[in-house]
Design a binder for this molecule. Structure first.
Ligand SMILES: Nc1ncnc2c1ncn2[C@@H]1O[C@H](COP(=O)(O)OP(=O)(O)OP(=O)(O)O)[C@@H](O)[C@H]1O
Ligand SMILES: O=c1[nH]c(=O)c2[nH+]cn([C@@H]3O[C@H](COP(=O)(O)O)[C@@H](O)[C@H]3O)c2[nH]1
Ligand SMILES: NC(=O)CC[C@H](N)C(=O)O
Ligand SMILES: [Mg+2]
Length: 529
């Protein structure tokens, strides 16, 4: 992936997180930032000299799906442990460190997944002040069976004799568990002991720096005369991106909102009315409903839908550019497109090192190849809750900062089957009812997102008004999450579900059945397509 903001090394210490195909490498980077140290994820294929050239204060080796002793498993040059830079290994990274320094790693048959009790025998620096017995989150099949020379073994579990070790003099440490996940008790403390006490990182990074540094960076990227368009959806990501870019280049920024006909009920009117009032942004609203629906006609495959929508977005911005230039001073062509892209959009589109393509987000994997704009994406390294903090600091109103996420492809990826205007109208009505009842129940802030899905190609038999109906099912998909990378199905109160079900079947013609999706992510994803 493209690396995010590169803050001046003089001001902040840098921690590199080396990704061995981990699920949550970016979560580690985020936890490091929470410890007030700047951090970036890099691929394991980056040569050690290149890492050292970035002058990091510490390096963290992530987890990963492989076994270190297999031929062809992702490895790291053991020279990394002799560069004088502090190194911390987690899970696979811990096993790599053991193997690289002469210890042993083997498949002992003792697999530990999920909650595991850890016994701290000798706290050392890494586990100092942490309860000697506590629960951590494990996910491994291999174990370190012999620590390398010079290391103190700090902890064990019932089936893992070497679950943590350190060699403070060389600045090396590791744990078999995942301190980065929410469920590991004292995980943040362990990480902080490594960063602050073993590696000596200075605690200078704050989320506030992101806005300031991005403003500076964008000023340089865009230069003194060029103009930019911001793809603005009314969502928090693009609102924060727009606010940052506006601070950098002022009125050379024009926001463009695309009404592609896949928006929810009343959304376009609300954005036209409230967004400009609360942010003072210059906003152009483009009605592109016909263009998008024509392009989507006959299409049912989710990835094809996503690619078409991504392409049509860009074509719409290109057309809007022509109008903006007409009203702009001579020679100031629009060269830049600002998007509110976040890290999960990049990773899920297959943009992480060795990461699978789960779905092509319209603003990343769905972009056409002949894109002429240069992208400006100030939030590309962040997670949603970090963006919300930045938004609050920039003074955006709570209605924008705390809005539920809504995907760029909109209802187009919530109609399972071909997207038509008639189906969109059905879904819009059902969605409006579900959202209205959720708000009425006072649960908006407890729920991350509440997709409502129309199974347009499925029909089921019902009985309404003593007559037979043959209508479509609606799926309610309320979820809780921290960052959209993982999610759980929300346990909405039965009364709320009942109200929604009754109202949808009474008020929306064509719908005679309402179901609730009770799948977590993984194995499901939040959206159905
Ligand atoms: N209707 C739209 N018109 C213009 N740009 C859009 C539209 N929908 C999405 N985008 C662009 O695509 C980006 C990604 O969309 P995404 O939904 O992830 O972010 P968001 O809408 O800004 O925030 P949220 O995730 O809270 O909905 C947006 O930040 C924005 O730049
Ligand atoms: O702007 C977007 N363009 C897209 O193409 C896209 N696909 C999914 N999403 C949103 O991303 C988060 C994770 O979604 P999934 O669990 O469905 O992968 C959820 O918040 C989804 O709503 C998108 N947002
Ligand atoms: N989560 C991990 O990093 C797992 C490491 C290794 N694949 C194991 O099973 O032990
Ligand atoms: Mg959105």
């Amino acid at each position: 992936m493209t690396v995010p903001a590169d803050p001046s090394q003089h001001e902040h210490d840098l921690v590199l997180v080396v990704d061995f195909g981990a699920q949550y490498a970016q979560l580690i980077a985020r936890r490091v930032r929470e410890a007030r140290v700047y951090s970036e994820v890099v691929p394991h294929t980056m040569p050690v000299e290149e890492m050292v050239a970035r002058n990091p204060r510490a390096i963290i080796l992530s987890g990963g799906p492989s076994s270190v002793y297999e031929a062809g498993a992702p490895a790291v040059d053991p020279a990394i442990f002799r560069t004088g830079t502090a190194v911390f290994g987690m899970c696979y990274g811990f096993q790599l460190m053991a193997q690289g320094l002469g210890g042993t790693v083997s498949a002992t048959g003792a697999r530990e997944y999920g909650r595991t009790r850890v016994h701290v025998g000798h706290p050392g620096t890494l586990l100092g002040g942490i309860p000697l017995e506590h629960n951590v989150w494990m996910s491994h099949g291999d174990s370190v069976t012999g620590a390398p020379e010079g290391f103190d073994v700090l902890a064990s579990t019932e089936s893992t004799p070497v679950a943590a070790f350190e060699d403070v003099d060389r600045g090396l440490a590791g744990v078999q568990w995942h301190p980065e996940v929410l469920h590991s008790e004292h995980g943040q403390k362990v990480l902080e002991h490594f960063l602050w006490d073993i590696a000596g990182c200075r605690q200078t990074w704050t989320i506030g720096n992101i806005a300031e540094e991005q403003i500076e960076r964008i000023r340089e990227q865009v230069g003194p005369d060029a103009r930019a368009i911001c793809a603005l959806s009314g969502g928090v990501d693009s609102a924060v991106a727009a606010a940052i870019v506006q601070k950098a280049i002022g009125d050379r920024l024009t926001c463009v909102y695309v009404d592609h006909g896949l928006m929810r009920k009343g959304e376009t009117e609300q954005i036209e009315r409230d967004f400009v009032a609360s942010t003072g942004a210059q906003l152009v609203v483009v009605d592109a409903e016909k263009q998008f629906l024509d392009a989507l006609a006959g299409v049912t495959d989710p990835e094809t839908k996503r690619k078409i929508i991504g392409r049509e977005f860009i074509r719409t911005f290109e057309a809007a550019e022509v109008d903006i230039i007409k009203s702009a001073p001579e020679g100031s062509k629009v060269k830049f497109l600002v998007q509110g892209t976040l890290y999960p959009d990049v990773v899920e589109s297959g943009g992480g090192e060795g990461a699978a393509n789960i779905k092509s987000h319209h603003n990343v994997g769905g972009l056409p190849e002949d894109l002429e704009f240069e992208l400006v994406e100030p939030l590309r390294a962040l997670f949603k809750d970090e963006v919300r903090l930045v938004g609050e600091q920039l003074g955006l109103p709570p209605e924008i900062v705390w809005r539920h996420p809504f995907p760029g492809p909109g209802l187009g990826i919530r109609i399972i089957g071909e997207v038509t205007r008639e189906r969109l109208d059905i879904l819009r009505e059902a969605d409006a009812i579900a959202r209205e009842e959720l708000t009425r129940s006072g649960l908006d802030r407890d729920i991350w997102q509440f997709p409502v899905v129309l199974l347009a190609d499925v029909r089921s038999v019902g009985v309404q008004g003593d007559g037979r109906t043959y209508g479509h099912p609606i799926v309610l998909r309320p979820v809780t999450s921290e960052d959209a990378m993982t999610a759980d199905w929300a346990r909405l109160p039965y009364e709320v579900l009942e109200k929604i079900s009754t109202r949808i079947t009474n008020e929306v013609r064509e719908v005679n059945r309402v179901t609730v999706d009770i799948t977590s992510k993984p194995p499901g994803t939040i959206e159905w397509e």
